[in-house]
Design a protein around this ligand. Sequence first.
Ligand code: FAD
Length: 517
Amino acid sequence: MKPVLVVGAGPVGLMTALALKFYGIEFRSFEEDNAFSSDTKAGTILTRTVEAFRRYGVDKAVLSKALRLDEIGEIERATNQRRASVMTENLFDETRFPFVLNIPQHHLEPILAEGLEDLPEGWVNLKHKLIDFTQNEDGVVARFETPEGIKEVEGSYLLACDGGRSTVRTQLGIEVEGVSLDVRYMLVDIKVDLDKANPRDYPYLAYFADPAEWMILVRQPHCWRFLFPLAPGAEEATREELEAKVRHFVGAVTSLEVLNTVIYRVHHRIASKWRNDRVFLMGDAAHLITPMWALGLNTGVLDAINLPWRLAWVLRGWADDSLLDGYEREQQPLAAHGSGEMAEAARKLMGGETGEAKAMSGTDWANAMTRSLLGVKVDAEGAGDWSIVKTERTNLRVGDRIADMPVFDGQGGRKYLHDLCDDSFAALYFTDVRRRPDIPADTLPGLRSYVVSRWDAPLDSGLRDRALLDIGNKVRDKLGLGEDVVVLLRPDDHVAAILPMASADIEGLYKTIIGRK
Ligand SMILES: Cc1cc2nc3c(=O)[nH]c(=O)nc-3n(C[C@H](O)[C@H](O)[C@H](O)COP(=O)(O)OP(=O)(O)OC[C@H]3O[C@@H](n4cnc5c(N)ncnc54)[C@H](O)[C@@H]3O)c2cc1C
């Protein structure tokens, strides 16, 4: 079988490659540069992305080099009052990772790349710049400029993770809709000791709103990062001016060193099409999102959660090619009207334009779910029903990401709900296991069934190896499910269906969803 070609090894290309590795799909990755990015870019990783790190096997490596935080400060700069800080303690029942991470993108990318190091030689290629490609019924042929000359590579699909100036998107003539704003941000990395020599108790990530001059403060593992808007037409500040600005903000400090500065423009742009036959746009190639609330990179990771399992199902011969259409249908509105509009609203809110930031209008729990991207509901049924902003607790719905709660298997081991979806659809039958429910044998590839019950499965029930103990019905009650209900989960933890057991033909439904011939 021809490999999948992944063009671009930024965070989204690397996560996509890790995903394909996880699913055992042969791929080749190509990056034009001779090293992973050293640019000062994204710095905050949201909880949903950490969940993807776990699935694709890099969570421990990333966590060991990142700072965890349980508070995203939302602070009125004039008064220093916290106005609606996001507390991730509200996520304790929702995820194994009830926190957000700070790690700079140039530290993250090499860690993600290390996760690919054990692959055969030739799978990950630096110094390979895509020049152009063609596609036909059987696959794609891409041409790369390399130090050894032009190289032609054949693949089954081409995944364009080649960033905002995507060569692939340009070659396809796909329009990018939206605006590039006349707004620039300046980002300054500062080495200063705000722990001991000059103790300050800023949250590790804090948004200081101010109509005159707002500021975002991010504690990175190696420095403090200050981000603020540049007045239109303003010159880049000198090092001395920057130092003075920082001192004005943090007060007198013993010593302070400017490590690095970056100025960048704000874009709010979305590709009008994300699929062209065998070619898919992902990450910044598909969407440029106002860099607020860490929604740029993290929205790209949502793409790398959604597409790879679909490709795996198709390339294993389990599913019809139409399964791949769900990628654009689900991800495009999330980026265009979800993250994109939310980030724009956040930008306006920072400058004092109130009443726009929908994400801050819910309860503490809803705000935490929204800001961590755990609250994403995908349009799983193609009915136009999706959301990115949680405003209230509701019973589990089709499209929701299921909470990653623990249950106990037949040997007493703790299993989390997301473990059940690792490389599989999972049908969870919430019922009394003592009554020996008749659940389908696991004969269809890619579908596993479990009984979830507060009763331990009797040893002679024949269900011991597929029964999960739900102590005190904690999981069932949290999800707001009744008795004798089956929930079908997709390999990306999103709910594909919720049905009464009496009428559910889960195997038939699974075949319909994946388009199994
Ligand atoms: C200053 C700044 C701060 C940011 N802060 C945050 C934040 O805190 N949180 C957040 O979530 N997001 C943030 N973002 C956005 C985030 O950096 C991007 O969304 C993210 O890098 C997108 O990842 P990507 O892999 O899609 O694209 P990129 O990171 O752009 O990677 C694309 C890769 O493709 C390669 N490539 C391009 N063309 C070719 C070709 N023809 N052939 C081969 N390779 C090619 C490039 O060299 C590059 O390595 C920030 C961005 C900036 C600029």
